[in-house]
Design a protein around this ligand. Structure first.
Ligand code: GUN
Length: 287
């Protein structure tokens, strides 16, 4: 069957272009630009690359970017002090601490210390609760981007069977909630699911965020399913970036598929820009 490749990269470019005009208009109205602070601890290659992508997107849309780089030896108290200063800075709209953090730092403690109104990741318990209670709050970037990618392709979610493979706080759980809110019937599968292939094969929309290179093969995909690949892995043989889905194997079997790279990743960053803009609007409009 013909498989359409959904380009998250193109959609991201389009959204960023539209946002650029909006940011310019808001700058004229409120006299300042939105500002995003990103904290990078250590020099993990993946994290460094993500942070660069965020800096580039800020330039594209006209959001001011402050990247604070600290060595992996920073103490938890030092990190909390930086976050506290950013919380109290009226010109900072969004704060993002790039994860993972070194082992001697308690991630939960750090996330909980970010002001919920500046928590552009949507990881603070207050924003998590808002998502689950359908109250206004900040929605995590990757799940938000996934929904936009599916809907932009004209795919109907309502009434469909969706399977999310992975149950992380960052992707699996929140995207399952958003898909439920869109009236899909959602199954959450994971590394301990028995007969996983039988479960994933039931899905009309299969969202994979398990962090294992080329884990999902054709056998685990229903013919004509929509396949959303959230994984970013290194192929152990070629050293190239690859997803959690074996793209070549599934191509020709699914109706839609996203690529890695150029799929969900650029949409995550674009949604981060959107969340920063939302926080900015709250800050400037409250004054
Ligand atoms: N590390 C991997 N994904 C993310 C994310 O969405 N936000 C942050 N802060 N760190 C990450």
């Amino acid at each position: 069957m013909e498989t359409k490749v959904i380009s998250g990269k193109e959609l991201a470019q389009l959204h960023q272009l539209q946002m650029k005009d909006r940011v310019e208009m808001l700058y004229n109205k409120y006299g300042r630009k939105p500002k995003l602070a990103v904290i990078l601890v250590g020099d993990d290659a993946g994290s460094v690359s993500y942070v660069k992508g965020k800096e580039k997107a800020c330039i594209n849309v006209g959001i001011e970017n402050l990247t604070i780089k600290k060595p992996a030896t920073i103490t938890q108290d030092e990190l909390l002090a930086i976050i506290n200063d950013l919380n109290n800075d009226p010109l900072v709209d969004g704060i993002l601490v790039q994860l993972p953090l070194p082992k001697h730092i308690n991630e939960t403690y750090v996330i909980n210390s970010i002001a919920p109104t500046k928590d552009v990741d949507g990881f603070h318990p207050q924003n998590v609760a808002s998502l689950y209670l359908k109250q206004p709050g900040i929605i995590p970037c990757t799940p938000k981007g996934i929904i936009q990618v599916i809907e932009s392709a004209g795919i109907k979610i309502q009434g469909k069977r969706a399977c999310v493979v992975g149950r992380s706080n960052i992707v699996g759980l929140p995207v399952a909630k958003l898909m439920t809110d869109k009236n899909a019937t959602v199954t959450i599968a994971h590394s301990k699911t028995e007969n996983l292939i039988e479960v994933t094969k039931e899905a009309d929309i299969l969202i994979v965020a398990i962090g294992r290179p080329k884990f999902i093969k054709k056998e685990g995909v229903k013919e004509g399913a929509v396949v959303i690949d959230v994984g970013v892995n290194r192929d152990l043989e070629t050293g190239k970036l690859c997803g959690d889905v074996d793209f070549d194997d599934v191509f020709g079997h699914a109706s839609y598929i996203t690529k890695v790279p150029g799929g969900i990743g650029p949409m995550t960053i674009t949604c981060l820009m959107e969340n920063t803009l939302e926080c900015y609007l709250k800050h400037v409009e409250e004054k």
